[in-house]
Design a protein around this ligand. Structure first.
Ligand SMILES: Nc1nc2[nH]cnc2c(=O)[nH]1
Length: 383
């Protein structure tokens, strides 16, 4: 799903393009795998935490970002240990990039809080229904902010995934917790809509900023700063609300699987959330914000299947239809992108075969900041 192919095509530097293309697919595959594994496992582990009497919204906010130190490995190891890159970490990391990363990190931290708050109050059905709106917001905001083209492929996918979430919500209407008061319902409702809106805004903002980021390694560095800022926000909330004390109490007295299992659940959840967000950021960087949003929303649907397989939840007729629609919407998007890329490649080859002299005579467009360089893993050109 190389949305940036058009940019790559714009660039005349065949050699560099060849190297980039060689790295592009493996890198994209790694990011999709992180996103898939991270989203499914973090959702299952969060559910495990809530199912076994864990209930603190600050704890579940904190675990979403607290794994940021793991990102130190991909930031520093390639340069200092493997010596497979010439670019020193944080080279050309300007104060502007730093402040933007801190700002987006705080925004992500707020999203994490709203997401956990909504999840802790609302039944799965209602939060799935409300979160389905994020994809529509995402499409609209991407069209406005990053000039995302609205095509049959992406509109079809957004409609199918949104309908799939609505069906899912209708199909699990009976999952209401008994202690859900009208006030809690209202708070959960507003928090989830807020999370959906923030997430829909976060993705195109990231895409805009990534246009100024010249290599993949720098994107990981930004991600590290973002997750650190989100963790500081969550830690302030934890201290203010007694979350760290609550965590110890929960592990010893509340969590019904015992203290050891509590900490294993927490630590693995910390790791899986990092995989999920790293995969999302990498997907947005390598493709576009809409693809990131589509993957996240499709995975929300797939997480239902995870619940059925792992926790033996009901899987009635409506959930089956919802899952099929979700898979169908996602596959049609992937297929549409594949056909699009294939056509572009054919057109490009055709143009070069028919009249190479015209190609040569035409002024070459300047490389876009987000074109081929961004696929570089961190090698800086030394001229
Ligand atoms: N708002 C929002 N936050 C998330 N955090 C992890 N996944 C999501 C999502 O799909 N939406």
């Amino acid at each position: 799903m190389n949305i940036n192919t058009s940019n790559n095509h714009d660039n005349g530097e065949q050699d560099q393009k060849g190297v980039s293309k060689k790295r592009y697919m493996p890198l994209l595959l790694i990011n999709y795998t992180c996103l898939f594994l991270g989203s499914v496992s973090s959702s299952l582990l969060s559910k495990y935490y809530f199912n076994h009497k864990g209930s603190n919204k600050w704890v579940s906010t904190w675990v979403q970002s607290a794994g940021f130190p793991f990102l130190l490995l991909p930031v520093f190891l390639p340069y200092y240990l493997f010596q497979c890159t010439q670019r020193k970490p944080f080279t050309r990391f300007t104060p502007r990039i730093l402040s933007l990363s801190i700002f987006i990190g705080l925004m992500l931290g707020l999203n994490n809080l709203l997401f956990s708050w909504g999840n802790s109050y609302l039944p799965v059905s209602t939060s799935a229904l409300l979160l389905s709106s994020q994809l529509v917001f995402n499409l609209i905001l991407s069209a406005i902010m990053v000039k995302q083209k609205i095509t049959f492929t992406n509109l079809n996918c957004v409609i199918l995934l949104t309908l799939s979430s609505i069906l899912l919500a209708l199909g699990s209407n009976h999952d209401k917790p008994q202690d859900l008061t009208p006030t809690k319902y209202m708070i959960g409702f507003v928090a989830t809509i807020g999370a959906g809106l923030l997430f829909a805004l976060y993705l195109p903002i990231m895409e805009m900023i990534y246009k100024k980021v010249y290599c993949y390694a720098m994107m990981i560095e930004m991600q590290l700063v973002m997750e650190l800022s989100a963790t500081i926000l969550a830690s302030v909330g934890m201290v203010w609300d007694g979350g760290f004390t609550e965590m110890r109490k929960e592990s010893k007295e509340v969590f019904d699987k015992g203290e050891g299992v509590y900490w294993v659940t927490m630590i693995t959840n910390v790791v899986t959330w990092q995989l999920c967000f790293m995969g999302t950021a990498g997907t947005v960087f390598l493709t576009c914000s809409l693809t990131g949003g589509i993957c996240m929303t499709a995975l929300l649907g797939l997480n239902v299947l995870g619940g059925v397989l792992v926790y033996r939840e009901d899987f009635g007729g409506v959930k089956i239809v919802s899952t099929v629609m979700c898979g169908w919407g996602f596959c049609s998007y992937v297929y549409g992108m594949y056909v699009n890329n294939h056509m572009m490649k054919l057109l490009d080859d055709h143009k070069q075969n028919i009249n190479p002299s015209i190609e040569m005579a035409q002024p070459q467009p300047q490389p876009q900041p987000h074109s081929d360089l961004h696929l570089d893993l961190g090698f800086e050109q030394i001229n």
